[in-house]
Design a protein around this ligand. Structure first.
Ligand SMILES: Cc1cc2nc3c(=O)[nH]c(=O)nc-3n(C[C@H](O)[C@H](O)[C@H](O)COP(=O)(O)OP(=O)(O)OC[C@H]3O[C@@H](n4cnc5c(N)ncnc54)[C@H](O)[C@@H]3O)c2cc1C
Length: 401
């Protein structure tokens, strides 16, 4: 909804005449629920039809092959094979007043949008939600990020452009801002932070956790079951089997695979783990294809493959095709979005694309095309030689190399 609003505002006076568009937060939430609320029931029904029994509750290992469940009913399940898919939760902040900080899940359920919102951390959750909050009418929106580089999994040059665009939207992005406490003050909240030039504070109505997530393993009793794990998840083999308990598999955000914590990655993992669990043998290898990831701001920022620093460390020789500003290109002009750019890293010897970084309208779709190009082992020359539908955002890909 806020994306549509931004498009409409950008095109206002350029052929779009409607005035005073605004976000109706409650209606937007109600609309969201029409497609999110039905999913759990639908999935449970599918499981039921497939002969899978669902028990609602909190699971915990009681032994290497045994799990207890506490919920509406208490249960104890013994199994030859157990799959861990508990996902992630916001990592602990360890600051006074941490209990006053709400999670991204809470934010997505807000009945009304507060006037002043502060996000702790400069990752994709804070950037996406700050864009939503600001466009939906929050008057004061702040991101406090403790390092000098927010969105550090994305290309630094394009992130810099997105930060500029985010600030222009009216989001106060503070870098090198380490949050030290969240205090209640009257009806407001005071977020204290150490900045490069001393102590500061932001007064707001809501503080949202956007400071990273950790595998949801603390309460799972993994020690009882002899399952090795670390801060990045359950230690698994390439078959997604626990390295220390052969009766256990793990997938998605809960598994330490090195892959990014994303929905399609957990789906990929699930297929691999399921194949191995059913076979009770290591028949499938997790072997990730290039995984695209997107920050769904307006405009979006996307990445697939290596960052420049990773390409450098790989020892491969590569060319950098970089244009920080493609705002003058036709695809940006026609949607009045001047914030766009790209960077492609192409191996000299093979012509393979090692990494692609895209900012601008359509980046979330362009990156999928490049993910497929990379998975198929095609080259930059193949991209250049492709006839793309014109004018589509993907047709720009031929001009990126
Ligand atoms: C705000 C936000 C935005 C995101 N946006 C994107 C996006 O745009 N694109 C994208 O690809 N990814 C996105 N992600 C990441 C994505 O949601 C996760 O990578 C994905 O959901 C991981 O799937 P999973 O199956 O591993 O875990 P989850 O989907 O987290 O599922 C784990 C489930 O296990 C349950 N559980 C936990 N512990 C126990 C227990 N002890 N007993 C029983 N049940 C338990 C949890 O309640 C949960 O229902 C986003 C994440 C967040 C928080």
């Amino acid at each position: 909804v806020t994306e549509a609003l931004d498009w409409a505002r950008r095109l206002h006076g350029k052929g779009l005449a409607s005035e005073a568009l605004r976000v109706d937060w409650a209606a937007m939430m109600a609309f969201k629920r029409t497609f999110t609320d039905v999913m759990p029931g639908r999935i449970e029904h599918m499981l039921d039809e497939a002969g899978v029994r669902t028990i609602h509750g909190s699971a915990r290992f009681a032994g290497p092959n045994e799990v207890t469940i506490e919920g509406d009913v208490s249960a104890r399940v013994r199994a030859h094979r157990i799959h861990i898919a508990v996902g992630a939760r916001p990592r602990r902040l360890d600051i006074p007043g941490e209990g006053r900080v709400v999670t991204s899940t809470d934010f997505l359920e807000l009945p009304t949008l507060p006037r002043r919102v502060c996000f702790i951390g400069g990752g994709f959750i804070s950037f996406e939600f700050s864009h939503v909050a600001r466009r939906a009418g929050a008057e004061e929106v702040t991101i406090l990020h403790r390092g000098s580089r927010p969105l550090d999994a994305f290309d630094a040059d394009l992130v810099e452009r997105l930060v500029t665009r985010t600030r222009a939207l009216g989001v106060n992005v503070q870098l090198d801002a380490c949050v030290t406490a969240v205090e209640a003050e009257g009806g407001s909240l005071r977020v204290r932070y150490d900045g490069p030039d001393g102590e500061h504070a932001v007064l707001c109505d809501l503080v949202v956790h956007g400071a990273g997530r950790a595998p949801n393993l603390d309460e799972l009793g993994l020690g009882e079951a002899g399952i090795d794990y670390g801060p990045r998840g359950v230690h698994v083999t390439r078959a997604l089997r626990s390295v220390s308990n052969p009766a256990v598999w793990a997938a998605g955000d809960a598994a330490d695979t090195g892959a990014p914590a994303l929905t399609p990655v957990s789906g990929h993992d699930a297929r691999v783990a399921a194949e191995n669990i059913i076979a009770n043998a290591d028949v499938a290898d997790v072997a990730y294809p290039p995984v695209p990831s997107v920050v769904f701001t307006v405009p979006p920022l996307a990445r697939v493959g290596m960052l420049e620093s990773e390409a450098e460390a790989s020892g491969l020789e590569y060319d950098v095709h970089f244009k920080a500003d493609t705002g003058g290109w036709y695809s940006s002009l026609r949607v009045a979005e001047p914030c766009s750019g790209f960077k492609l890293l192409v191996e000299k010897k093979s012509g393979r694309i090692l990494g692609a970084h895209l900012l601008g309208p359509g980046a979330e779709e362009q990156v999928n095309v490049l993910a497929m190009v990379m998975k198929a082992g095609l080259t930059a020359k193949d991209v250049k030689g492709t006839i793309f539908a014109y004018p589509s955002f993907s047709s720009d890909l031929a001009s990126f190399v």
